[in-house]
Design a binder for this molecule. Structure first.
Ligand SMILES: C[S@@+](CC[C@H](N)C(=O)[O-])C[C@H]1O[C@@H](n2cnc3c(N)ncnc32)[C@H](O)[C@@H]1O
Length: 326
């Protein structure tokens, strides 16, 4: 597989029509566009989307070409905004997860760590624990790509004694929150792009990636970087929701790089159940000044396009454990 692999929506041809362009957008990009349309802060359009604003309209125009660098900039600003909005709410201090979470369905589970029934951010913590499964992170050097507000660092610090942990994210506001909140020995956070991992070869024993890769215009660049920064025998613990048809290409590409798939499972049903359970409480954190439909879409509230795509099997949320060949 050549470089340039994406989830089927990364390489938008500037000549395609509006409908075609929207049809090939990932759930995340559609969500992003809806959110951008709905956000009532003009600054988002004027300051953060100059390529769009430059076309002379105060409103967001979807028929304008959006380059991959625009997409990345919009993604950064979108998650900056999410962080700012969370920080402005009474629960912001504790809002360290930006994932949909995992709820039990009776299907086999892998983490040996039992959580109490009542536990802050239980479903999001459970997602991270199920991602880690039986892999023992004690003594390891761990890189979390797309760390967001550091939920994964919180869980790993709570249950493991790693040698080092680095969280990397495109959004400076998320990194600012992480540095303030997750002050654990050996932990650090830095701004950076998953497609250009700013680390030497063979630096980490584990790379984690939680519900982030669907944002990357060129996910093959990320996979290549993961393989490069991992030590031989190192683990790539990976979970995300992507179009069901896209998983196979990603799997072949990782294999071609010299990675072995050790474990894989479809957790869409668990994620949907988590969305059902947590929708209303998440909605409260994200209310005014946003449009409620956009907020529902962002949070995968039942009935939103993201939720429906998972329900219909158009997208699949999976956990994968890869190991770099020795
Ligand atoms: C849905 S959030 C998940 C955050 C976190 N992993 C969690 O589980 O709470 C996706 C994150 O990916 C980050 N992200 C998007 N594109 C990125 C890129 N190219 N490089 C690094 N991070 C990126 C976003 O800024 C955001 O924080």
């Amino acid at each position: 597989m050549a470089a340039g692999l994406d989830f089927g929506y990364g390489s938008m041809n500037e000549k395609t029509t509006l409908d075609k362009r929207i049809a090939v957008l990932s759930p995340e990009r559609r969500r992003l566009l809806e959110k951008l349309k709905a956000l009532k802060q003009p600054s988002l359009l004027t300051e953060n989307a100059p390529a769009i604003e430059a076309r002379g309209s105060a409103s967001l125009r979807l028929d304008a070409p959006v380059s991959l660098s625009d997409t990345k900039r919009l993604s950064r600003e979108f998650y900056n905004n999410v962080s700012r909005q969370l920080d402005s709410t009474p629960v912001g201090e504790h809002a360290m997860f930006l994932n949909y979470g995992y709820a039990s369905t009776g299907a086999q589970e892998y983490s040996p760590i039992e959580l109490p029934e009542r536990y802050l951010n239980r479903n999001s913590v459970k997602l991270i624990l199920e991602l880690i499964g039986t892999v023992d992170l004690n003594g390891y050097e761990v890189l979390d790509v797309g760390c967001g507000r550091g939920g994964t660092s919180y869980v790993i610090n709570r249950y493991f004694r790693t040698k080092r942990f680095v969280g990397l994210d495109l959004a400076p506001e998320a990194i600012r929150y992480c540095r303030k909140t997750h002050r654990y020995p050996g932990y650090s956070f830095q701004e950076g792009d998953a497609e250009q991992l700013p680390f030497d070869d063979c630096t980490f024993d584990v790379v984690t990636n939680v519900e982030s890769s669907h944002n990357y215009p060129d996910v093959s660049a990320f996979y290549l970087g993961v393989h490069r920064v991992l030590r031989p025998g190192g683990w790539f613990l990976y979970t995300d929701n992507v179009p069901a048809t896209a998983w196979e290409a990603g799997t072949s590409y990782l294999r071609s790089l010299g990675m072995t798939l050790v474990h894989e499972r479809n957790i869409t049903a668990n994620v949907l159940r988590s969305c059902d359970e947590t929708a209303s409480q998440h909605r409260q954190a994200f209310q005014a000044p946003n449009d409620q439909n956009a907020v529902d879409t962002f949070l995968a509230v039942p009935g939103s396009p993201i939720y429906d795509d998972m329900k219909k099997g158009k997208s699949e949320y999976r956990i994968l454990h890869w190991r770099k060949n020795k």
